[in-house]
Design a protein around this ligand. Structure first.
Ligand SMILES: Nc1nc2c(ncn2[C@@H]2O[C@H](COP(=O)(O)OP(=O)(O)O)[C@@H](O)[C@H]2O)c(=O)[nH]1
Ligand SMILES: [Mg+2]
Ligand SMILES: [Zn+2]
Length: 304
């Protein structure tokens, strides 16, 4: 399924034809890139059911989960140095992706703005895991510089070739507003605007579809553009999901022994190895980030 608009949805059938369909009932809420079963005896066809999901990209909005897309191979999170992205929001996105086992690349966009991009790279470094143990494998997201001027996507396309070769991919594009997500999409897919307009016209809404995710065809597969955000709620996550962003805690425990309590939050518990060793390892800033995210997660959890 390409995109969902109330009781209607665009579906691409196995023969590559796109059709505007109706939903069977209100309880059916397909997401961008869901596999759906159609009954084509009807006109318009009706979406009967949704196939199993490999993963679901979502964020928390107040007490509700906003589901953005399904079955993602790779997420691109767009950041920039002008305006400066928020490290905390990026970590929220990364934790959310980690919880769904969706690999993440960071696109450092507007790299034509040299000074701003250098500053942004510095901020990225602050939230990059600092691994000490030589044997530890990296868990950091790759950072790829991009810009929307000629040649600005060469590095990105080269990286795709290196990692995925000829494989067709479904990529989710995420970003805070203002980072250049729409500009990038239009460079990557010159027909993106036309694809959006075709959808709006067929729906006869006339308005742009910026509050729901849109799926675009491109030469390497699909790109799902998700609505831009200024907040990214993580109340749907648990502490384990945050742990994925801080592999240093595992490194410390491997080297120094485990914290006294198996479910140690590394905040105030006695016998915490993390608190005991962070400062000598120069990881005080990382513990600060951990505490901040944990506080947010607890504050945002919908009361159960
Ligand atoms: N210098 C520079 N400006 C860019 C680049 N990409 C986007 N912009 C500008 O950044 C602003 C926000 O871009 P837009 O695509 O609307 O961001 P979005 O909110 O993430 O969709 C616009 O003024 C763009 O012209 C880039 O690579 N370099
Ligand atoms: Mg935009
Ligand atoms: Zn601890």
């Amino acid at each position: 399924m390409i995109s969902c608009h109330g009781s209607q949805a665009w579906v691409e059938t196995d023969d590559g034809v796109r059709r505007l369909c109706h939903l069977r009932g209100r309880s059916l809420t397909p997401l961008a890139n869901d596999q759906v079963r159609l009954s084509v005896e009807n006109d318009p066809p009706i979406i009967e059911s949704i196939g199993p999901r490999r993963n679901t990209l979502l964020r928390q909005e107040g007490s509700r989960e906003k589901r953005l897309a399904a079955n993602i191979d790779l997420a691109w999170v767009v950041v920039s140095g002008h305006p400066m992205f928020s490290t905390e929001i990026l970590q929220r996105v990364q934790a959310s992706l980690a919880s769904q086992r969706i690999p993440c690349w960071i696109l450092l966009n507007k790299s034509d703005r040299i000074d701003d991009s250098q500053a942004a790279a510095g901020h990225l470094l602050e939230i990059t895991p600092q691994r000490h143990a030589a044997a530890s494998t990296g868990s950091a997201s790759p950072v790829i510089a991009t810009h929307v001027h000629p040649g600005g996507l060469d590095g990105l396309m080269g990286k795709i070739d290196d990692v995925f070769h000829d494989r067709q991919l479904t990529i989710a594009l995420l970003g805070q507003s203002g980072m250049g997500k729409s500009s990038l999409l239009n460079r990557l897919i010159p027909s993106a605007l036309a694809q959006t307009q075709a959808i709006s016209e067929a729906l006869q809404t006339g308005r742009h579809t910026t509050t729901s995710s849109q799926t675009y065809l491109w030469e390497r597969g699909l790109i799902i553009d998700t609505p831009g955000f200024q907040k990214f709620g993580i109340g749907h996550l648990d502490r384990e999901d945050l742990t994925a962003l801080f592999p240093e805690w595992q490194d410390i425990q491997r080297q120094e022994g485990a914290c006294r309590f198996a479910d140690c939050s590394h905040r105030h518990e006695p016998g915490c190895q993390i608190r005991q060793h962070v400062s000598s390892l120069g990881l005080g800033h990382r513990l600060g980030q951990w505490e901040g995210l944990l506080r947010s997660l607890e504050a945002e959890q919908p009361s159960r």
